[in-house]
Design a protein around this ligand. Structure first.
Ligand SMILES: Cc1cc2nc3c(=O)[nH]c(=O)nc-3n(C[C@H](O)[C@H](O)[C@H](O)COP(=O)(O)OP(=O)(O)OC[C@H]3O[C@@H](n4cnc5c(N)ncnc54)[C@H](O)[C@@H]3O)c2cc1C
Length: 493
């Protein structure tokens, strides 16, 4: 385990890897993150880790990353060993090092009354260094089994499952309905948050390890779903949870109101010179309203800025969270507090407690130009949840482009209906403790099993399902489970 460096947190203030200046970065779709980081700076940040007896950071990490170890290894400049330790629990540490909201940092013991260790920056730096140095290479299995496994969906869950199963020696084919592999990390998450070459080099690694990818291949569409049972010994449904939540309001069908994913995907495609499907959605010169105060909404705000929007307003129905932890939300719980997003740093108007009533076309040209809404307050009343009361009615907000980013309902499960897989009330795939659906040999993982979540959970779920599939096929497995998503007690490997 890690060497103890008492007092590093007293010697060094928290200093994560920075971002580019907002004025500069809104002029392009390049990553917002500073490209370069300083090894000495990261070594000092690693030294801030207190190597606590109970590393609560690890408890906060859904995949149980062995954080104190790699903090210490970075402090001692043993980057290669740090990378190995990181890969032991996480197939794709740059996916999380760039994108994770870092629940580990909220659970860091230092966060009790000080600034937490910059765990996310350290993770990113280890992965960056691994690629730069050429330490991340294909690791094909030494021996192959005769088993064929299908993975449906190529997001972080599908890719993690595929890599683990392939490393266990099985023949893995990944089916992806899009023209490119990567799930929401390819089409969804904007390039300014995560550059696509980082996804592609992992795909290349997986391909070189022997995984077959079939793109433009929709299982239940142009690939008959029966193939899962006819051609494969086991299959993993990792199709995500991308059915968007809609708003049934007057004017919803006006031109100029769109779902977030349609909007974001178009820009991902434009950035690499690809055609976009459907009407062109572009914020240039427009008054943009983004409905939804979450991270998807933030990505839409940031995209609208880069497209040259006149004004961007981000609307949230709920109140603005407090800056300090509210009573009943103590450390190490995840804080229910306000966090300024990278998009808001770039200057959008944030409106809380606003309840949309209608999308309106005042000049009769068939396009939305105004959003009608009420300002509300939330009254705590007795036992039940807070009640919404109108405090100011008939707000009118200029809106030439409205983006709906109010969340996702469930996986698109209908293509799998012919299999007879059971679906839970919330629309996710029902599975047993071994992550298998009621259809023998058909498993589910990632957002398709959990509902909309995070990349880190998807990776953990992909690792877990791989272990279960391996066990199903061979009766045993040397693949490690992840810490939190596992349905079994953790066994040390
Ligand atoms: C805009 C946006 C921003 C986000 N930002 C972050 C972030 O910063 N950090 C973070 O941790 N999480 C973020 N998330 C959440 C994160 O992206 C997801 O939790 C994660 O990608 C889920 O992984 P998955 O593998 O389960 O599914 P997905 O990534 O959704 O991948 C599923 C794949 O399955 C494919 N598919 C679906 N049906 C079929 C079929 N029938 N046949 C073949 N292929 C099919 C889809 O095309 C897709 O490629 C964000 C989500 C969105 C929408």
């Amino acid at each position: 385990m890690a060497e103890h460096h008492p007092g590093g947190y007293r010697r060094h203030r928290r200093q994560p890897i920075g971002k580019r200046d907002p004025d500069e970065r809104t002029g392009d779709f390049e990553e917002v993150w500073a490209e370069k980081w300083d090894e000495q700076q990261l070594a000092e940040q690693g030294e801030r880790c207190m190597d606590c007896g109970t590393p609560t950071c690890m408890g906060g990490c859904p995949i149980g990353n062995i954080i104190p170890d790699w903090n210490d290894l970075v402090h001692r400049s043993d980057w290669k060993e740090a990378l190995e330790r990181l890969h032991a629990t996480n197939n794709f540490p740059e996916f999380t090092g760039y994108n994770c909201p870092a629940p580990c940092e909220n659970s860091c013991v230092l966060a009790y009354n000080d600034d937490p260790v910059t765990i996310k920056s350290i993770e990113r730096a280890i992965a960056d260094k691994g690629w730069e140095e050429g330490w991340i290479e294909p690791e094909p299995p030494e021996q192959r089994t005769d088993y064929e496994v299908a993975v449906v969906g190529s997001g972080p869950a599908g890719l993690a499952a595929a890599q683990q199963l392939n490393r266990a020696g099985h023949h893995v084919t990944v089916f992806e309905r899009n023209d490119e592999v990567g799930g929401l990390m390819r089409y969804g998450i904007p390039d300014q948050k995560f550059a696509k070459h980082r996804v592609q080099r992992r795909v290349d690694q997986l391909r070189e390890e022997g995984i077959a990818f079939e793109t433009n291949a929709e299982v239940g569409g142009n690939v008959p779903v029966e193939r899962l049972e006819d051609d494969f010994d086991a299959s993993v449904i990792a199709v995500g949870s991308q059915k968007p939540i809609d708003l049934d309001l007057p004017g919803r069908d006006l031109e100029g109101t769109h779902f977030a994913m349609d909007y974001l995907t178009q820009q991902n495609r434009r950035n690499v010179g690809k055609d976009v499907s459907g009407p062109d959605i572009d914020a240039e010169g427009k008054n943009v309203v983004v409905l939804g105060g979450g991270d998807t909404g933030a990505d839409c705000v940031a995209t609208a800025h880069r497209q040259g929007a006149e004004q961007v307003v981000q609307i949230e129905l709920l109140p603005k969270p407090p800056v300090e932890r509210p009573p009943g939300n103590p450390w190490p719980e995840q804080p229910q507090t306000y966090k300024k997003t990278y998009a808001q740093e770039e200057g959008a108007v944030e409106e809380y407690n606003v309840d949309t009533n209608a999308f309106v076309d005042t000049d009769g040209d068939g396009r939305v130009d105004t959003l009608e809404a009420d300002r509300v307050i939330w009254e705590e009343g007795g036992e039940g949840p807070p009640e919404k009361k109108v405090s100011e009615s008939n707000l009118e907000i200029p809106a030439d482009l409205v983006i709906l980013a109010i969340g996702f309902e469930a996986p698109e499960s209908t293509p799998f209906d012919p299999l007879g897989a059971e679906i839970n009330d919330d629309g996710t795939f029902e599975t047993d403790e071994a992550m298998m659906t009621n259809v023998d040999g058909v498993f589910a993982a990632g957002d398709a099993k959990m509902g909309p979540s995070l990349i880190v959970w998807a990776i953990g779920s992909g690792r877990d399902v791989a272990r279960h599939v391996d066990q199903y096929l061979t009766g045993e497995s040397d693949l490690p489970p992840s810490l939190e998503t596992s349905n079994e007690p953790l066994v040390s490997m």
